[in-house]
Design a protein around this ligand. Structure first.
Ligand code: PEP
Length: 253
């Protein structure tokens, strides 16, 4: 972490905790937020509990993200949810281009860029996800792939946007990039941001099997500004431990 950027710990609940359990988790996280004043916390519940979770965390420092949206403001798009609807539900953030969206729902660099543009226009802060597959890493293409993914949207970003580097092979697998592997990719992303004048301000999160026991080592990297957490964000104890690891690093400066 770098002292000029406030660490951000974001939890992607994926398709879990869509009912009362989600509201209970949001409630439990309010206590965690009080212990980590120097850390921004964002949670991304499923659509069905966005408004209830936003209501639950009101008055705390926790912000609400959606996991996806459709990049039109309104219209005959059955089953879809727009960025203004997310704002109305209490969201201030949105995940864009998560690898599961790219892998299972046909999202491309172009559709990720379009969602980034529409999210920013609607006043949502995007967390735009990038990352290479195992085959791409094993054939030495990691930096080229991530640079290509970032270059699709980097010229659309403002100072509020966040990029998450999530190697696909590390998501939900228990495998993490080591701190050096993560830092190498984060440095490449930082270089692209610097060319746009956004290098100092834009936070770059690491994601992929971040847990309480590996968080501090990853967060200690100078270009890692926080974490996007999946599985370990589903319990207040484990997500709280990661947020506290970030707070500990800030406090020890
Ligand atoms: C994610 O869903 O963005 C993620 C990183 O998941 P996990 O922490 O479970 O690997």
């Amino acid at each position: 972490m770098n002292s000029t950027r406030k660490p951000l710990i974001a939890g992607n609940w994926k398709m879990y905790k869509g009912g009362l359990a989600g509201v209970e988790l949001a409630s439990a996280l309010k206590k965690v937020a009080r212990d980590v004043p120097n850390v921004d916390m964002v949670i991304a519940p499923p659509f069905t509990v966005l408004a209830a979770c936003a209501h639950e965390v009101e008055g705390s420092s926790i912000a609400i993200a959606a996991q996806n949206f459709y990049p039109k403001n309104e219209g005959a798009f059955t089953g879809e949810v727009s960025a203004p609807m997310l704002r109305d539900s209490g969201c201030t953030w949105v995940l864009v281009g998560h690898s599961e969206r790219r892998q299972y729902f046909g999202e491309t660099d172009a559709s990720v860029a379009e969602r980034t543009r529409v999210a920013i226009a609607a006043g949502l802060e995007p967390i735009v996800c990038v990352g290479e597959t195992l085959a791409e890493r094993e054939t030495g293409q990691t930096i080229a792939v991530v640079n290509r993914q970032v270059s699709a949207f980097v010229n659309l970003l403002t100072h509020h946007a966040v990029i998450a580097y999530e190697p696909v092979w590390a998501i939900g697998t228990g495998k993490t990039a080591g701190p050096n592997e993560a830092e190498e990719v984060h440095m490449a992303i930082r270089a692209q941001l610097e060319r746009r004048g956004l290098g100092m301000t834009t936070r770059i999160l690491y994601g992929g099997s971040v847990k309480a026991d590996n968080a501090a080592a990853l967060l200690a990297c100078p270009n890692v500004d926080g974490a996007l957490v999946g599985g370990a964000s589903l319990e207040a104890s484990t997500f709280g431990a990661i947020a506290r690891a970030a707070q500990g690093l800030v406090s020890s400066r």
